[in-house]
Design a protein around this ligand. Structure first.
Ligand SMILES: Cc1cc2nc3c(=O)[nH]c(=O)nc-3n(C[C@H](O)[C@H](O)[C@H](O)COP(=O)(O)OP(=O)(O)OC[C@H]3O[C@@H](n4cnc5c(N)ncnc54)[C@H](O)[C@@H]3O)c2cc1C
Length: 397
C-alpha cells in the first residue's frame, strides 16, 4: 500500500510528538504522519523509571495525545529503507510512504548484555519493558538492576520503593563516579546502601540463564543470583541504521546543521539520534534527555514547516534518586575543574564544572528553579573560579 504525506516523521517518541505538534502550529492544514516501531502512540518516557512506580501516574496518563495535532499515526511499523531521490520511505510490512519533508526521530536503543537471559532479562527502554518488569516486581520479589548510570540508579530506587529486594550490579567503584564530585558520589553510594539496596560495585554479569518464571545471573564476583527479573540500563546507542542506509552523514548520531537539517535539504533529524553543534559550549553534542528531545522536535517541526531559526537551546536534564533529586545543564564531567558550593553538604548545593575559567556544566543538587540562571552562567565569558562562584546560585527571582 502506498501512503502519501506532506510531512513524514520516522520514530514514535517524544521528539516525534513535539515535531508533529509544531508543524501543525505553523501549517494548519498540514498532512503529517508519524511511523513508529512501538505499538503505543508517543508517550512520556521519563515516568517509566519514576512516577509510574510510585502510582503517581498510570500508563494512560503518560500518553502525549499526538493525534490531537491531527497527525496520522502508523504504529508497530519500522521504516527500513529510504529512497531519498524518489522521496519514498518503506516499512517492514512492505508499505511505502511518499513524503515532501521528512524527520528522522529514531531515538536510541539500549546497549545489550552479551548474554541471553530470556524475556525476564529486560533491556529497559519502553512502556512494554515497564509493563513486563512491573508484573515481575511484586513486593518481596528479588530483582537485579544491571548498570549504575541514570536509568539503573532510578530503577533500583523505584523497585526498592515498590517493596522488591534489589541488587544493583555495576562495574564502577561508586555510583555517579566520573559525573559527581568524589564526596557526593561516596555519599550517594552509601545512601543507596542505607535504603536497603544490595550494591555490587566493581561487578559485571558473566552469564545469564532463563529459569521457570525468572532469570539467573552469574556475576564476576562469583555469586549466582536467582531472580524474578533483571533490568539492564547500560546506556543507549543512537538508532542511525536508516540514516546510514540512506547515505546521510553519521558520526555519533545523525549529523545536522544549526537548523537541525541533515545534508539532504528535505530531511531533518532531532532528539536522541541527532548530533548538533552547541554554540554555547562550542562543541558538537548528542543529548539523550527529555528537554533536548522536546525542544529539538519542536524546532525541527517548525523548520520543516518553513521557519528559519537556529537551534540555540542548551538542554537541561534531571533525575530522581529516592528523595534526592537534581536538575543539571551542560557537561557533568569530573575531568573538568570541579567547584562545589554546598548549603548542606551532599544534600543541597551547586556543583560547577569549569574549563579554562568558563563554566561548562552546573549540577543543581536539590536546588530548584535555577536552570535558566545556570544557562546564563554557562553563556558568560568568565573567567570564574571557586571564589567568584560561591553563593552565585541559587539566584533569587
Ligand atoms: C526509563 C527512562 C527514563 C528517563 N528519564 C529521563 C529523565 O528523568 N530526564 C531526562 O531528561 N530524560 C530522561 N530520559 C531520556 C528521554 O526520555 C529521552 O531522551 C527521550 O525520550 C528521547 O526521545 P526520542 O523521541 O528522541 O527517542 P526515543 O524515545 O528513542 O524514540 C524513538 C522512537 O522511534 C522508534 N523507531 C526507531 N527507529 C525506527 C524506524 N526505523 N521506524 C519507525 N520507528 C522507529 C523507536 O521504536 C522509538 O519508539 C529517560 C529515558 C528512559 C528510557
Amino acid at each position: 500500500m502506498e501512503h502519501v504525506h506532506d510531512y513524514l516523521i520516522v520514530g514514535g517518541g517524544m521528539t516525534a510528538d513535539a515535531a508533529a505538534k509544531a508543524i501543525r502550529e505553523l501549517d494548519a492544514n498540514a498532512d503529517v504522519a508519524v511511523v513508529g516501531a512501538e505499538v503505543h502512540a508517543p508517550y512520556q518516557r521519563p515516568p517509566l523509571s519514576k512516577a509510574l512506580w510510585k502510582g503517581e501516574l498510570t500508563p494512560a496518563d503518560i500518553d502525549l495525545h499526538t493525534k490531537a495535532s491531527g497527525a496520522k499515526f502508523h504504529p508497530s511499523r519500522r521504516i527500513v529503507a529510504l529512497d531519498r531521490s524518489a522521496h519514498v520511505a518503506q516499512d517492514d510490512r512492505g508499505d511505502s510512504y511518499r513524503y515532501r519533508r521528512l524527520l528522522l526521530a529514531t531515538g536510541a536503543t539500549p546497549r545489550r548484555l552479551p548474554v541471553e537471559g530470556g524475556d525476564r532479562l529486560i533491556h529497559f527502554r519502553t512502556l512494554e519493558d515497564f509493563l513486563l518488569l512491573h508484573r515481575a516486581a511484586e513486593p518481596g520479589a528479588f530483582v537485579a538492576v544491571v548498570g549504575g548510570g541514570f536509568i539503573g540508579a532510578e530503577l533500583a530506587a523505584s523497585l526498592r520503593g515498590a517493596g522488591c529486594r534489589v541488587s544493583l550490579i555495576f562495574p564502577e567503584e561508586r555510583l555517579g563516579q566520573g559525573r559527581y564530585p568524589d564526596g557526593l558520589s561516596r555519599y550517594l553510594t552509601d545512601y543507596y546502601r542505607e535504603h536497603g539496596i544490595d550494591l555490587r560495585p566493581g561487578t559485571r554479569v558473566q552469564r545469564s540463564q532463563p529459569t521457570d518464571g525468572g532469570v539467573e545471573l552469574s556475576l564476576t564476583d562469583g555469586s549466582l543470583l536467582r531472580l524474578s527479573a533483571a533490568a539492564a540500563g547500560l546506556g543507549v546507542l543512537p538508532d542511525t541504521a536508516l540514516a546510514e542506509q540512506a547515505g546521510l552523514e553519521v558520526d555519533n548520531g545523525i549529523v545536522v546543521d544549526e537548523h537541525l537539517r541533515t545534508g539532504d535539504p528535505d530531511i531533518w533529524a532531532a532528539g536522541d539520534v541527532a548530533n548538533f553543534y552547541c554554540a554555547t559550549l562550542g562543541r558538537r553534542l548528542r543529548v539523550e534527555h527529555e528537554d533536548a528531545a522536546v525542544s529539538m522536535g519542536r524546532h525541527a517541526g517548525r523548520a520543516m514547516a518553513g521557519a528559519v531559526e537556529r537551534y540555540e537551546h542548551l538542554p537541561f536534564f534531571y533525575s530522581d534518586l529516592f528523595d534526592l533529586g537534581y536538575e543539571a545543564v551542560g557537561l557533568l564531567d569530573t575531568r573538568l575543574e570541579v567547584v562545589e558550593d554546598w548549603r548542606e553538604p551532599n544534600r543541597e548545593g551547586v556543583v560547577y564544572y569549569l574549563e579554562h575559567g568558563r563554566v561548562r556544566g552546573v549540577l543543581l543538587w536539590n536546588v530548584w528553579g535555577q536552570v535558566d540562571a545556570a544557562r546564563a552562567l554557562i553563556a558568560e565569558e568568565g573567567p570564574f573560579d571557586a571564589a567568584s562562584l560561591k553563593g552565585r546560585l541559587p539566584r533569587q527571582a
